[in-house]
Design a protein around this ligand. Structure first.
Ligand SMILES: NC(=O)c1ccc[n+]([C@@H]2O[C@H](COP(=O)([O-])OP(=O)(O)OC[C@H]3O[C@@H](n4cnc5c(N)ncnc54)[C@H](O)[C@@H]3O)[C@@H](O)[C@H]2O)c1
Length: 263
């Protein structure tokens, strides 16, 4: 039994759920953080346990309902992990939100901007700070450990979408988290990475499915298909399995080639 523990934020559905299931299948204990509907998180937990069982692993999966933008909630997440497992090996900063309404750059509200910055930037930044300090302590008491922090950003970190400037601004800011924490934590042996997904089929993109279907058909991405949560999850697994031992602060595009400049 692998007793390593992964905390995945925003894991009740979509990309986070895909990551939690993939990690459970490989024998990691998983902490499923989420906000909102408990039922979805319970389903994720059941699927994680089933995936682990089917691959011959015995793991524990727990759900923690908490808003990562709220300091007391973040504290509670870590207290739950400490109480239940007494260790943390992997933090996956995945939770994130899109604006409630896509509004033109000249009309978009300050309220939406503040909310996106709180959830997409402030939450992961301070959760990473708290986890990093704990990981440093754990690494000191057991140097064989290999803690990691993986942040799910977006192609919106460098792509201008004028109908959701707040989202783009938040993902651009989030993309600075990895070089910062990678630089600070490299000497402690804590690996820090960023995954930059492209267009991924989840509830978040369900409302713009037709629009993106047409764009993909028209050549938006060299690989002509939607991405899936499993595409992202398999990349997370490669990082967590130490497949990049002398790399740190890397950005891995999981976008079907969206980032390539073409002529
Ligand atoms: N779907 C895409 O095309 C796409 C592309 C690039 C990046 N991303 C990013 O990937 C991440 C996951 O996206 P998704 O499509 O799976 O989204 P989703 O909306 O399907 O799921 C979001 C998850 O985050 C949780 N969450 C939301 N706010 C939270 C909060 N304040 N505290 C804790 N949990 C919270 C929800 O409970 C849910 O589990 C997000 O950061 C998103 O910006 C998505």
């Amino acid at each position: 039994m692998n007793n390593e523990v992964a905390l995945i934020t925003g894991a009740s559905r979509g990309i986070g759920k895909g990551i939690a299931i993939a990690m459970a299948r490989e024998g990691w204990n998983v902490v499923i953080n989420f906000r909102g509907a408990k039922k979805a998180a319970e389903e994720t937990k059941a699927e994680c346990l089933q995936a682990a069982r089917q691959s011959g692993h015995q793991i524990e999966a727990v759900e923690v309902q908490a808003d990562i933008s709220c300091p007391t909630d973040r504290k509670r997440i870590l207290e739950s992990v400490r109480e239940r497992f007494g260790r943390l090996d992997i933090l996956i900063n995945n939770a994130g939100i899109a604006p409630k309404e896509r509004a033109d750059l000249l009309e978009a509200s300050e309220e939406s901007f503040d909310l996106l910055m709180q959830v997409n930037v402030k939450g992961p930044y301070f959760l990473t700070q708290a986890c990093a300090k704990w990981m440093q302590d754990q690494k000191k008491s057991d140097p064989t450990r290999s803690p990691k922090i993986v942040t799910i950003s977006s192609i919106s970190a460098y792509t201008a979408s004028v109908n959701r400037g707040d989202y783009c601004m938040s993902k651009a800011a989030l993309s600075m988290l990895t070089p910062l924490f990678a630089s600070r934590l490299a000497e402690d042996g804590i690996g820090v990475f960023e995954i930059r997904p492209g267009v991924i089929a989840t509830d978040m993109t369900a409302g713009v499915k037709e629009k993106y279907d047409h764009l993909i058909e028209s050549g938006l991405t060299p690989m002509p298909r939607w991405g899936t949560p499993d595409d992202v999850a398999r990349t997370v697994l490669a990082i967590c399995k130490d497949s990049f031992p002398f790399s740190v602060g890397e950005v891995i595009n999981v976008d079907g080639g969206f980032h390539l400049r073409r002529l």
